[in-house]
Structure formats: C-alpha cells, structure tokens
Write a protein that binds this ligand. Sequence first.
Ligand SMILES: [Zn+2]
Length: 372
Amino acid sequence: MIHLNSNIFQVISKDYFKNLFIKIKQNYTFKTSAMKYNFLFNHILFWENNELNEDLLNTILLKPFNEMIKKYPELNNYILTCQLVFYSSSISNLNFKNMSNDEKKTIIISYVSKYNNKWIEPIMNQQSYYKSKKAFSYFISTINIELMKLNDYISSFINYMYIDSDMRHELLINLESSVCPYCNRQYITPYDDNGKLKTTADLDHFYPKSIFTLFSLSLYNFVPACQICNSRFKLAQGYKILYPYDQGFSENAKFNLKINTTSDINSLIGDNSNFELDIELFNNGNYNEEIKNNIKLFHLKELYDIHKDYVRELLYKKYVYANTYKEQLVTLFKELNLDEHEINLFLYGNTLQIEDLGKKPLSKLAYDILND
Ligand SMILES: [Zn+2]
C-alpha cells in the first residue's frame, strides 16, 4: 500500500556487499556440467577473465531490478522465466468450466506472452501449451524443471543462509521503515534487547528464493513487513501484488467514505458512524489487478472497517478546524513559526505529506480522508 523509499539501501550497500562477496567467492565453483543447462546466462555471465564476475554480483545484490536488467539484459530472461512459473497459479486456479476453447486459448496465450523470452521460446515451439489447462500445466512444469537445475547450481553459491540473525536485524534497522508497507497499520520499529537493537519486523523476499534463487540476497528483494502481513503473503504465493519499491496505492487507490441508507448530514462531519469505508480504485490508474490483489490478500477492507472511529475523529476535526477554531489556531501557529506540515501534525497527528506515509500507522487513511 505504501511506496517504500528506494534510496534506503544506500547507507548499508558497501558493507553488505563486502560481507557477502567473501562468502559467495568461497562457495562458488565453476561447474562445467552447468554449461549444458538449457537455461543459462549467456553461458559465462558469472565467470569473467578467470574470475568470479564481481560487477555482476554487485549489480544483483545491490541494484533495483530495472537497473539490473539495463546493465545485464540477459538477467531479464531469468526474471521473466521465474515470473512465468511463479504467477502460473493464477491460470491453474481459474475456473475454465463455462468457457469456449477459444476463450481458454486466448487467456493462456495472453498470460504466456507477458513472460515470453528467449529461454522459453524453444519449449513454446515444441508444445501446444494453449490447448488445455493440462497442456499449460505440463508446459509450466517442463520450464520449471529446467529452471530448478539452474537454481540448484545458483544456490550453491548465492544462499540466504549467509545472512545470520544479527545481520538480518541490522539490515532491518537500517531500512528505517517504521510501519508495515502492506497494511500501514502495524509498527515495525526496533527495540533494545540487552544493549542490542532488534526489530519487530519480518524480513521477507518479495520474490521467493525457491523460484527466484538468484535474488536470495538482493537488497531490493527484501521487504520489511509486519508478521501478520508477512504470513498472509507467504500463504498466498503466486498472487501478483504491488512491488513496494516501485508502487504504492498513491493516487491509484484511495480510502473513501461511502454513504449508505442510514447516513445523514452528520455522518459527513464525524457525528455518527453511519457510513461505509471503502477503497476506491481509479480507472485511469494502472496496476488495478495488483491493487485488487493487495486488498484481497491483506484483507484491507475488513481490517480498516474497525478504523471507522478514527475516520469519525478526522472528519470531526476537519469540520471544526475549518470554522471558528482555525482562525485562532493560525494566529497561534504564526507565533510558533510552524509550517503547513507541522500544523497538520499538531491538528491531526499526521504531516499529510506523501513521503511521510510510511512513518505512522493509518497515515494513508488520514491522507485520503482529509484531502478529499
Ligand atoms: Zn502489515
């Protein structure tokens, strides 16, 4: 729901790489048999001038995915192949019962075409994967077998086991993310455990290491989250949700007050709870599928229903401040030299700045309700 600042890794990048590169180097072996895999990075991406390719590993570990692909376009074949496998449950779980063969074919072909790449093309040409759900499943499993061969090899030198508990805590603390980006309800702040800073956040792979093994240690694959959201996310793997380093709900989805049959004028000024709280999607916005999945997977509508009291409080304050009280306050604030955001913080407990949404729980809700 909240867009995570993508500069957050800059402080730790250097040490992080130094630490892990030693471990990767120790474990890496140039495996001749791996050269025979059907999926392989233009054969010797990892190996350059008789050395482990440090720049490639640096890119994989520290750079955002779009920069990785720009620098090493071959990596895009890997990403697309992994995504094809990872999201394939969205097709296998579809109910094809009342569809014509043409409809089924169109759905499968349009899914596969999103992830089409040079690695899977030979398999695509060999199989009529679009003929039925069964054919599609067979196609995915053929690809998965090839992918797993490569991933097995990768996991022998790029492995999440290299990150121990201390390092994980340190990483999370340095991320300086104080509220879960998926629900914007739970604090994920550090605490002092006998002189050692620990964190209440879970660190999870946005792209699971079982499929996207190459990114097991990639900083941009780590999303700090509250334990509830993290466990929901894990249970529903294969759901396409917003990638927090690229997108938040921002202007594409907003909390919104919806009038129902019991509503009256007082419902709009926080005098009663006779309204519904909804999340409205804007059609011109992209990412509608991902946003809907975020709402469903993290039970956002149900969870936020309990915050109607908070919405009432905001509406009431907004109404009161808009009238008599505000003038007196403005005079007071002038004397105190506060800017607009500090005034908001004083009035609503929230700066109402888009870049601050990840700092306090329910700030996206407050932002949407008060800006409406
Ligand atoms: Zn959460």
